[in-house]
Write a protein that binds this ligand. Structure first.
Ligand SMILES: C[S@@+](CC[C@H](N)C(=O)[O-])C[C@H]1O[C@@H](n2cnc3c(N)ncnc32)[C@H](O)[C@@H]1O
Length: 253
């Protein structure tokens, strides 16, 4: 599989407003806190990137005594996170070898990052190691196996060839987590809808969606041209779009 160079796209990543708007109140964290009374909670945002999740949840969970941690492989992504956040301990590190004591974290969130890990089995070993007993690992990602008609694949078909090498499907994720002694609950939210191409061209031009950095420049330019061509012919052009999101919580028993 190819690797996205986040040092190159950190600035572009952070201006994509869709990403910030998309972060919701973390009800799983709330539920964990409600059912596990502790003087202090240790929460890690794994592959925290520019700190979008941490920024949102710090506001949402002000009244709780939470020690927030953020880990990411990219210094440039963390630099962006540090600009917007105080009271978070950040560390540049690889998920495959995390600089934390075993059984440190009550809750680990992991958004849109799992497909980037080269040794995914080792990543899960590490996640398991640093979770406390009863602690929760929450994986959230797009579920590419359920979205063959995603607009990205429509206009940039070689992107699918790259993604299929990076993403584990739901059965593999379920198996790999369960077989390490985690209690797994996994769901996929799916929607199919007509989307206006004009609403997506800015995202394509920003090129911060990782798979668009992995395809050849020629394939990228051709896809962008196809979008522009379609919009010139019909500014109100719509296409059918698949979108699927995986939500998985895994509790260490
Ligand atoms: C698509 S971004 C997601 C960032 C953030 N979680 C969010 O939702 O905006 C993927 C992140 O994973 C990080 N990453 C990739 N490989 C990693 C690894 N082996 N260990 C830790 N972080 C990694 C990248 O540096 C990048 O910041």
């Amino acid at each position: 599989m190819k690797i996205t160079n986040y040092s190159k796209i950190a600035a572009r990543y952070d201006v994509n407003q869709y990403r910030a708007n998309e972060i919701k109140f973390d009800y799983d964290l709330k539920q964990y806190i409600e059912t596990n009374s502790k003087a202090e909670y240790q929460v890690l945002d794994l592959s925290c990137g520019t700190g979008l999740y941490l920024e949102q949840q710090q506001k949402n969970f002000k009244e709780f005594n939470i020690k927030w941690k953020g880990l990411d492989l990219s210094e440039q992504m963390l630099d962006k996170a540090k600009e917007k956040l105080e009271n978070v301990d950040f560390v540049v590190a690889n998920v495959e070898n995390m600089p934390y004591e075993s059984e440190t974290f009550d809750f680990i969130s992991n958004n849109y990052a799992f497909h980037h890990y080269i040794d995914k089995e080792q990543a899960i070993n590490e996640i398991y190691r640093v979770l406390t007993k009863g602690g929760i690992y929450k994986l959230h990602n797009i579920a590419i196996h359920d979205m063959p008609k995603w607009w990205i694949y429509h206009y940039f078909p070689t992107a699918f060839n790259e993604d299929i090498k990076r993403y584990w499907n739901k059965d593999v994720i379920f198996y790999e987590l369960s077989s390490r002694g985690l209690e797994v609950k996994l769901k996929i939210d799916y929607k199919m809808e007509n989307i206006m191409v004009k609403d997506y061209i800015n995202y394509a031009e920003n090129r911060d969606i990782s798979v668009l950095t992995l395809i050849d420049d020629k394939d990228y330019e051709e896809g962008l041209e196809r979008m522009k061509f379609d919009l010139k012919a019909n500014p109100e052009k719509t296409i059918v779009n698949d979108f699927a999101e995986m939500f998985c919580t895994a509790t260490k028993i």
